[in-house]
Each structure stands twice: as structure tokens, then as C-alpha cells.
Design a protein around this ligand. Sequence first.
Ligand code: NAD
Length: 433
Amino acid sequence: MSAAKSTEGVNPFHMAQKQFDHTADLMGLSADAREILRWPLREFKFQIPVRMDDGSLRVFFGYRVQHNDARGPAKGGIRFHPSETLDTVRALAMWMTWKTAVVNIPLGGGKGGVAVQPASLSRRELEALARGWIRGIWRNIGPRIDIPAPDVGTTPQMMGWMMDEYSHLVGAYTPGVITGKPIPAGGSPGRREATGFGVVYQIREAMKLLNMEPEKTTASIQGFGNVGRHAALAYQKFLGGKVVAVAYWDNHDQRPYTIASDDGLDVEFLASITDVFGTIDKDRAREAGYRVEDGDAWLRKDVDVLIPAALEAQIREDNVHLISDRVRILAEAANGPTTPEADEVLKTRNILVIPDFLCNAGGVVVSYFEGVQSDMNYYWTKDEVLERLDTKLTHAFHEVFRLAHGEGLYPREAAYIVAIQRVVQSMEARGWI
Ligand code: NAD
């Protein structure tokens, strides 16, 4: 299996449009609003020539898509991944519009990327690529226009280089142009943990709805990057539950594996043997007494909670049946991990689904806090940031689940309705429709 197959042939933008069309029908959305929201407002594709360490010149393609900015500047990460396409970026940009709206922060939706395997580049080449991405797009981003952030394959260090490049180009220190920066470069305390912790704050609320005892529960996670790792840490630390399996993409073998232990994994130890791209040292995991299983094993685990935290289209019609009857909560930490066809199956199962753009909104909430702090040039403590994050997400979670229960809706439908209504209200108030 190659990295290029990681989305299993599913076009994420078709998935995003299908979900949108379904909700638009459900809520009787006007034709005018549909016309605008089905497609991004603006799309950019540009060359990034990079002088490689061996002296050759390699031309990469960079993307930025701004799906909607009715509620504020576009906002969303930059992904460095070999299967990045314009359609992946479009889908992720659209999901960002719903994400910022569902948690009610004054931002729109955007996303960017480069088709590249970042683990194959040296540090110098990565810096050249990150700076090149900014040089290709800098006139079309900015603290009042569009504010990028990290995503799969990009790191706080890359955000630091990008902020520096932008500041040089505009001739003024501008930390508010990008979020997810290292703290000494204007980053916010708590940003690194935000997405994973936010996932677990919502699992905690879901467990209250289901009368579950968190410390007696187990979880299985796909992905051990920024999101999966912090979700795993928080699951043990805040809920007292056990993480029994973690799947990851092995950059050396070019295939996924699952690391498992029925007694629970020591997440901090696992984090200490994982590289910046989320590849775990499986030999050291084996030495520690853990099992190394196939890439799908995480999905088959007999656990209470499943947390897909890797890529889109991982739970599909062909594998959704692998999910055990014991699973009570599916917390979608990744963007678009479940296809619409798998959703139809999940609707018939006794599983509470925390939909992606609500579940993983912690990152963008703290990115918003980071932007506010960067613009003020005044920073809060980590505790303050995480407390504000918890309040914001807990409120959004209950807003969505109240609507879902009140109207008998699937949680994804309820989250879409809350989000789309907010975007439409802003478009109306600005006279777009
Ligand atoms: P990352 O690059 O830090 O980590 C990705 C992880 O997924 C790695 O451990 C990698 O090995 C694993 N992976 C990749 N393909 C896999 C496969 N086929 N099978 C098993 N594991 C696989 O990325 P991240 O920032 O943690 O993002 C993960 C997901 O969360 C993405 O969908 C991203 O869009 C979403 N997300 C991220 C943030 C954020 O703040 N970073 C915020 C919201 C949503």
C-alpha cells in the first residue's frame, strides 16, 4: 500500500459536497445560498521552485483555497502530503467554514497544501519549501484576509519560517498572519495540545450523555501525529481511561501498522519513540512488549471509543462492518474520516458520532486565540487558553447535541445545520444573498 492510496480512491471534495447537499435539502436552503456555498470563493495554484541539497531544481505545486469569508478572514491549515490535490484542499477548506461557524468564532474557511512527502526532504529543503509557499501566496493572505496554520505534515517550526518570510515581504513583524507558530515566534501556549485535548473534552461530554464511567473505558486511535498523540495523552490524563491501540503510517516501510497492548499503552513512552511526522519506532515498541499488528487492526478493536485521527475516508462502506458492537463513541478527530456511505451504516448502529468539524475544532479555536494574542501582542497563560477552549467546545458540543436530540437528527446533520445557518446569516447581513 502506498501513501497515495491513503484516501482509498475517495474524492474528498465530492464527499464534502454530498454532505452539504444533504443538509441543504434537509433545511430547505435557498438556491442562492447553495450556489455560493457549494464551491470555494477563490482558488490559487502556484509553482514553488526549490534548490535541492544535491544542486538540482525541483518544482513543487502549492495550493490555497478560500472557501468562504463571510464571517471573517479565511482560516485553515497547510498540508504537506504526497496525495494532496486541489480537490482535497477544496474539501478541507469547505469543512473549515463549517468548523469556525459551529464553534462560533469570527473566521471563515480556507486550506492550503503542497503535494510532497515531507519526511523525504532535509531540514534546509523544508525551510526553502515553506518560505517558497509564502512567496507564492503572500499577496492573497494576511491577518485580515486569510490566516494559515499547520496540518498533516507541517510543524510549528515551518509556521515560524513562514511568519518570518511574510514579515520580511511586508516589511513589518506580522505574527497574526499564521498560527501554530513556536511560542518564541509569537505562538500561543496550548496550541500544540489544542486539537487532541479538544477531542477528549468532547468525549468527556459524550460519556456524560451516555452515563459511561470514563476511567473504565478503553480507546483505539488511528494516527499518532499532533492530534492523535495529544488525544491519547488527554484520554489517559483527563479521563483516566486506557488507550489500547494506536495506528500510524510507517514512512520507512510505506505502509500502516497498529501498535497494541490489552493492558494499555504508555502514551508518553510511545510519544518518545515517534518522529515529527508521526512514525513510531516499531522495533522499540516491540521491545517494550507491545504487539505490532496490521494497519486496519485499530478499527477492529473491542473498545468503547474509536478515534480516527489520521486522514479522510478511513471508515468506508467496505470496512465499517469491522467496528465492534462494544464501541459507543466515534470521535472524528481527523477531517472527513467517514464517507457518506459508511455514515448510512453508522446511523443504524448504537454509536454516538462526534462529527469531525465539531470534534477537531480545538485547533482552530486556539488558533483564533493565538491570532487575537498575536494581534494584541499580549499573551495568556496555558491554563487560561485551555480553560477558554474547554468552555467554547463544551458549549458547541451541547448546542449540536441538543438540536440532534430535539429534532431526531444524526449529529453530523445537526452540526451542519448550526454551521450553515450562521454562515447564511452573515452572508445575508452583508448583502451577499
Ligand atoms: P500529523 O501529520 O501530525 O499526523 C498524522 C498521523 O496520521 C501520523 O501519525 C501518521 O503516521 C498517521 N497516518 C497517516 N496516514 C495513515 C494511514 N493510512 N493509516 C494510519 N495512520 C496514518 O497530522 P495531524 O496534524 O495530527 O492531523 C491529523 C488529522 O487531524 C488530519 O485529518 C487533519 O486534517 C486533522 N486536524 C488537524 C488539526 C491540527 O491542529 N493539527 C486540527 C484539526 C484537524
